[in-house]
Design a protein around this ligand. Sequence first.
Ligand code: SF4
Length: 129
Amino acid sequence: MSSTTMTRQIVRIDEEACTGCGLCVSPCAEGAIQIIDGKAKVVREELCDGAGFCLGVCPTGALTIETREAVEFDHHAVEEHLAEAPKTYIPQVCFNCGTDEDHAPLLPVRHDGKSEWVCTRCLPALIHG
Ligand code: SF4
């Protein structure tokens, strides 16, 4: 486990605003976010790369990116974590056709005032009308 720290971007979770809905868990490809005692948590700093894919799906705005001193992101720690961790996230489907992520890549999208997922098959039609 890495313990080297550096000033970098990392996800910040506002516990007051977090409802524990769990929607932010699956966008995190590194498995850095889990729901613990009803609140989203970054379980280990070295698993969060600060890319912010989780931000767009949060219905309450509880997620932001901050720059602070944190343990360095560690690809090897992510690989080990993903190999050990069971799938605990909420499976998502394309809001347009219902396809799940095992059958097409899903991208977060804002639609009709909501945070949704769209598959790559439906995305071109949304872009081009
Ligand atoms: S999506 Fe937002 S409200 Fe839901 S668990 Fe994650 S941080 Fe909390």
